[in-house]
Design a protein around this ligand. Structure first.
Ligand code: PEP
Ligand code: MG
Length: 317
């Protein structure tokens, strides 16, 4: 198992100004609301590995599709733009990966104006993530327009990340819409979340569509791999992000991505577990993104693992 730091001497010696540990594997931070950007930045994180924009949207006075139906799409784009700008600007020039909207129908229904949301027996397997954005295409276009505005202002640190990918045509269609909106893919980083077994198993095909990065959404990847609803208390005892099946999928994806020069990252909760971090760093993951309060700890774990890898190599020579 992972060895915990016990004394000051055990700590990695590679320190930068302010005592921040430098690691080869980047340590990033997850963000849910623009108001959290400053605190997240102060962790010294190497960027934002996941900006969950749905929290910002669920807090709006009106359901997003209502803005669109009421002919107020520009007002909605403006709101997205303002929220995104706070995060993108706070971190500039460090990268910010903005995830397109991903909330299940039950969460949308709970918001102001959400009464028209469909009632689903299994919201986690339902109308959410990329599938929703490709049906409610006007919504996806609004997100892209908000990002395009930032790109036109000169921000070069933006990534777009698609949630709940299961199919090649989802990536293809999303790219097509981004281009139709006049946002050149060369001006952003483009990536997908790997949070379904389907995405992990067809990663070779997804990579061929042209993606810059993947990020493991282990919260979802776990529930879909081992058939345990992440919100169901009755089976919570089975919810294990370190299940060998989950780890095998991740290992496969990292191997394929490394072969093709696609960056890999993790933004699920498992990225804060020392044993998982150790395994992923050894597999060659490029970054780990954690909640603000975990960034420091993850950075220490990464540094310790990297040091051990280097020492092992020296010994082997
Ligand atoms: C995940 O599924 O691991 C993830 C980071 O996305 P979310 O928790 O928002 O579903
Ligand atoms: Mg998820």
């Amino acid at each position: 198992g992972a060895v915990e730091l016990k004394t000051e001497e055990d700590k990695p010696k590679v320190l930068a100004g302010g005592g921040k540990i430098i690691t080869a594997t980047e340590v990033k931070v997850n963000i849910s609301i623009p108001d959290g950007a400053k605190r997240a930045f102060e962790t010294g994180a190497d960027g934002v590995g996941l900006f969950r924009i749905e929290h910002m949207v669920l807090g709006l006075p009106k359901h997003p599709m209502k803005y669109i139906k009421d002919g107020e799409v520009e007002e909605y784009v403006q709101k997205l733009y303002e929220g995104m700008k706070v995060v993108v600007d706070t971190f500039y020039p460090k990268p910010v990966w903005i995830r397109t909207i991903d909330a299940p129908t039950d969460e949308f229904r709970a918001m102001e104006g959400g009464e028209d949301e469909p009632i689903e027996a299994n919201p986690m397997l339902g109308f959410r993530g990329i599938r929703r954005d490709l049906i409610e295409e006007e919504h996806f276009r609004a997100e892209i327009r908000a990002i395009k505005r930032l790109v036109e202002e000169g921000y070069t640190n933006i990534g777009i990340m698609l949630p709940l990918i299961t199919r090649v045509d989802e990536v293809r269609r999303a790219k097509q819409i981004i281009m139709e909106e006049g946002l050149p893919l060369s001006k952003i980083e483009f990536g997908i979340m790997v949070e379904t077994p389907a995405a992990a198993l067809i990663i070779e095909d997804l990579v061929k569509e042209g993606i810059d990065f993947v990020s493991f959404g282990t919260n979802d990847l776990t529930q879909y791999t081992i058939a345990v609803d992440r919100n169901n208390e009755n089976v919570a005892y089975l919810y294990d992000e370190t299940h060998p099946a989950v780890m095998k999928l991740i290992e496969h994806v990292i191997k394929v991505c490394r072969k093709h020069g696609v960056k890999t990252s993790i933004c699920g909760q498992a990225g804060s577990y020392p044993k998982v971090v150790e395994k992923l760093v050894r597999l060659g993951i490029d970054s780990v993104s954690a909640n603000p309060d975990a960034v420091e700890r993850v950075r220490e774990t990464v540094a310790r693992v990297e040091k051990r890898i280097m020492l092992d190599r020296l010994r082997d020579e």
